[in-house]
Structure formats: C-alpha cells, structure tokens
Write a protein that binds this ligand. Structure first.
Ligand code: ADP
Length: 168
C-alpha cells in the first residue's frame, strides 16, 4: 500500500500529487517550483490565489492542469524550529489524506514534506510521515485510497524513508 520510489513527483500519474507548499500558496523553490512549472504556473497560481492563505498543516486541493495527476493537494509543512513541530508535519500528511479520501481518490503521491528549505531533520521527518499515514489508515479503514507513493528526489532521502518503512 505504501510504495517508495526515487524520482520526480511531477511525473507521477496518481490521482493526486501533494505539494510541499507555503502558507501563501505561491509558486516557490524546490518541489513546489517544479510542480508549478510542470502544471502551468499561471493557471495554477490563479486558482491558488483564491484559496490562500492557509495554515501550516492544513491542506487544500486544486486541479492538476498539465500534470498527469488530476489534482494537486497543497500543504505547508512547518519551518523547523524543534521536535514540537512533529504535530504540524503529521497534520500535513493526515489532512492531505483526508482530503484525498473526501474526493474519493484511489492514489496519491507525496514528496518529503519539510526536509528541504524548511530544514526538518530527515530521519525525524520520515518517522512522522510514515506514522501519520498509518494513523490515517487505522482511522479510515474504508478509505478509497488504495495506493500511497513517496517520490523522493535524492538517494539519502530515498534510503532514509526506505529504512523507516522497513522497520514496520
Ligand atoms: P520544504 O519547503 O517543505 O522543505 P522543499 O521543496 O524545499 O520543501 O523540499 C522537500 C523535498 O522535495 C526535498 O527532499 C527536495 O529534494 C525534494 N524535491 C525537490 N524537487 C522535487 C521533485 N521534482 N520531485 C520530488 N521531490 C522533489
């Protein structure tokens, strides 16, 4: 059910991909910049502007525009300041899955939220991410979501999430 891949999330053909957004839902750097570019920045920004701002850990959904994915779920992770941020990072994963379930989606792809510009320590972030997904699946046993993917960009991130998943 959880599959970890190495690669570019903009190439994913799941029903939704998740964007590690900022609270203003502005196209930025990192995975956010890549998603805006691949989706078509002008149209995506116009829709995001109607939803902005949102809070850290919340999630909103837009169309996928030029992506293979039909939808983009945007969630700002925390700018890391300490272990107490775990709940906000957990909320990003949990609320993204809740929204995908509300839209009756079957598949979703996540990047490693928070571990780029927002500097969440990688091993801690992987723990929180995998735990949040299991928490959601426990809470929503009848969810429409059947496939959950991670698209991880570099070896270190990929290996860290693989290790965390294999602990279960
Ligand atoms: P944040 O601001 O939440 O820290 P970043 O975009 O800076 O988000 O980084 C999150 C992760 O996304 C990093 O591991 C980064 O290497 C990765 N990333 C960057 N571009 C892509 C992409 N096209 N597909 C998947 N992951 C990506």
């Amino acid at each position: 059910m959880i599959t970890i891949l190495k690669g570019d999330i903009t190439k994913s053909n799941t029903d939704a991909i998740v964007n590690a957004a900022n609270i203003y839902l502005l196209g930025g750097s990192g995975v956010c910049g890549a998603i805006f570019k691949a989706a078509g920045a002008k149209e995506l920004q116009a829709e995001c502007d109607t939803l902005s701002p949102i809070k850290t850990g919340e999630a909103v959904i837009t169309k996928g525009y030029n992506l293979k994915a039909k939808y983009i779920i945007h969630t700002p992770g925390p700018r890391y300041s300490g272990p107490e941020d775990a709940v906000l990072l957990r909320n990003s994963y949990y609320n993204s899955l809740k929204l995908a379930d509300e839209y009756k989606l079957n598949s979703i792809s996540f990047p490693s939220i928070g571990t780029g510009v927002y500097r969440y320590p990688l091993e801690d972030a992987a723990k929180v991410a995998i735990a949040a997904i299991h928490e959601f699946l426990n809470d929503y046993p009848n969810t429409t979501i059947k496939q959950i993917y991670f698209y991880l960009f570099d070896d270190n991130t990929y290996n860290t999430y693989m290790n965390e998943l294999n602990k279960r």
